[in-house]
Design a protein around this ligand. Structure first.
Ligand code: PLP
Length: 364
């Protein structure tokens, strides 16, 4: 017996999160030039980040000997004003993954369960399993969340239910009215996490101010991130919104200095740069159309997506993925999400999307 054999079985059973392959790793493995590699594998913002956010982060670098503000006062104040919520309703995270993890650590334990959809974001099962709870997986409906089935799957021991809208990796989207009606049917002892990582990419007509629901649903936590449309994935900052009592419990399990100073400063500045956000949105809309048309032209089925990524049914996705890597194109295989025939491609710059489409045409 060694220490690893004695680690809790629920920890040893965790299937590790599989991130997109880093550019440097592929360059090393295949002896390719990094500059010639296109990575469309992690739903990153191809425009980079707002110059204002970059400048704000840089301004903090001379103070790196100091701890960041563990309470995130300034960023919370900024979010509070923008979203019309009380600072006590906000918890900051080292990315929104950190917030999801706090939900699990604050509300789940052995002998309890969380409910999520088939093909839902991989962090939900991982966070659930980490704390010894078990996951109830609800079959998807046309790749998306089946809310009626999720409601029916709630058990006496269910404490958390996770919904991503739009969902990753499928890009599927549920009209907000359906989610609002669903919330009204969920027992109050079940915390519903509404993960809005891709909310900024929704068309204007499909957006919804879900913060307005918080007063009516004290068991609702809304999570958002600066990693996607705001382009701050490398800095790690996101937030959760909920009832002050819920947020209080999450703060108790939060690491005291979980969000670093450059990230706090960059996030605050990014909130003010609506021009950057608008450009990111427009680029994504055009790139999505380019990918949908290009894939359609090859007779490849896609799943309609409201995110900054798209599922493409390429058949033997493992083989096609290997061929794309040899061409210096990194996308994301999603067999671990139960989608072995698909690849997920993130929307890039027009030239990057074209590189992907050309490489796919050549290798399938
Ligand atoms: C990318 C993503 C997140 C956010 O990750 P961060 O930790 O904020 O970088 C959360 N949920 C989903 C569904 C995502 O795809």
């Amino acid at each position: 017996m060694n220490c690893c054999d004695l680690a809790p079985p629920h920890v040893r059973a965790i299937a590790p999160y599989l991130p997109g392959k880093p550019i440097a790793e592929l360059a090393r493995e295949l002896g390719l030039d990094e500059a010639g590699i296109v990575k469309l594998a992690s739903n990153e913002n191809p425009l980079g980040l707002s110059p204002r956010a970059l400048a704000a982060a840089q301004d903090t670098l001379h103070d790196m000997a100091l701890y960041p503000d563990g309470a995130g006062f300034a960023l919370k104040a900024r979010l509070s004003a923008k979203l019309a919520v009380d600072p006590a309703q906000i918890v900051l995270g080292n990315g929104s993954n950190d917030v999801l993890d706090m939900v699990a650590r604050a509300f789940l334990a052995p002998g309890t369960s969380s409910v999520f959809s088939q093909h839902a974001f991989a962090v939900y099962p991982i966070a659930t399993q980490t704390v010894g709870a078990y996951g109830v997986v609800v079959p998807a409906n046309n790749y998306g969340h089946d809310l009626a089935a999720m409601r029916a799957a709630i058990r006496d021991d269910t404490r958390v239910l996770w919904i991503a809208n739009p969902n990753n990796p499928t890009g599927t989207f549920l009209p907000w009215a359906e989610i609002e009606a669903f919330l009204a049917t969920v027992p109050r002892q079940v915390l519903v996490v509404l993960d809005e990582a891709y909310g900024e990419y929704l068309p204007e007509t499909e957006r919804c101010d879900t913060t307005a629901w918080l007063a009516r649903f004290p068991n609702l936590v809304v999570t958002r991130t600066f990693s996607k449309a705001y382009g701050l994935a490398g800095l790690r900052v996101g937030y959760g919104l909920g009832h002050p009592d819920v947020i209080d419990l999450m703060n108790r399990v939060r690491q005291p200095f979980n969000v670093n100073a450059p990230a706090l400063a960059a996030a605050e500045a990014a909130l003010d740069d609506s021009d950057f956000l608008a450009r990111s949105h427009a680029l994504n809309t055009a790139g999505m159309a380019q990918l949908v048309a290009g894939l359609g032209g090859m007779g490849i089925e896609t799943v309609p997506s409201r995110g900054n990524f798209l599922l493409a049914r390429v058949g033997d996705a493992a083989r096609v993925n290997t061929a794309l890597l040899k061409c210096g194109v990194i996308v994301r295989p999603v067999a671990n999400y139960g989608l072995p025939e698909f690849l997920r491609v993130s929307v890039g710059l027009a030239a990057q999307n074209a590189r992907f489409l050309d490489a796919l045409r050549a290798c399938r």
